[in-house]
Design a protein around this ligand. Sequence first.
Ligand SMILES: [Zn+2]
Length: 70
Amino acid sequence: MSAPASVSQARPVAIPISDTLPWLIGAALFGLLLYYFVGIDQGATSVFGDNMYIHELVHDARHLLSFPCH
Ligand SMILES: [Zn+2]
């Protein structure tokens, strides 16, 4: 059994790095910011001082991801 002569093949699309780099940097910064607020923002390392609003907001996610808390 032979393949038909007019079979089109899928070709990868080349995306220039200048188009993807801003998205990559933005996603990395967003991930680091999310990581900070979920995992690290507490007590002396809190950017908002002594109030615990962010900590309480992400508290369940913090324990779900096994970050130390109390
Ligand atoms: Zn806790």
